[in-house]
Write a protein that binds this ligand. Sequence first.
Ligand code: MN
Length: 250
Amino acid sequence: MIDFHCHLDLYPNPRAVRDECVNRGLYVLSVTTTPSAWIGTSALAADTPRIRTALGLHPQLAHERQKELSLFDNFLPNTKYIGEIGLDGAPEFRPHSQSQVAVFEHILAKCCSAGGRIISVHSRRASGAVLDYLEKYPEAGTPVLHWFSGSLRDLDRAIKIGCWFSIGPAMLANEKGRVLAARMPRNRVLTESDGPFAQLGGVAVTPWQVQTAVQILGHIWSLPLGEVEQSIRRNLQDLLAQHNAQGTFA
Ligand code: MN
């Protein structure tokens, strides 16, 4: 199983969640919300070849943590994975859109100069603007739009510019999410939990609950579970191969 967007460091018991991921053989992309969290979060995955840590600065924190961009620049050479970054257009964050754009563009530009990265991108209520910036920085790498919730029109645009998608059980719990998922190219889809932010029935989603997403994708794609798992595994290998990152997940 693959959880390509998980906030391992934000669970109340990160080590226990990490250990359970290891026991279950999960591949996990552990995303961070601030550059200053990167060292501690990376340490969680120090001896776990199937857990990789992404360097991020979450758009909801952009206005408070913009000064950490120099830290971001320092750490960038150490990882092939960036996230969580992006833009958030919800009313409570819209007043900070200038900081959000400054942080997002800074990071995309740095990823271009660094030769490209695998980038987990947040686009809540801002998918059009996110796509504008991804188009402006085509050399930034491969964007993986996490929990995409934009319009079908923006989805088609995202597909056209080469975006990938990570899909979780919370997104697939509603009809709109399932309609979007059905339209995404199967060879550019990965699973995610977005735990502990994402919840099901009021409880934080665990990384191993990506299994629920696999089951729903099986219905959407009319494929048996084994084949869904195989194609998602193959997608991960393809993505890593595009970035010479095969060795980073065992
Ligand atoms: Mn997230």
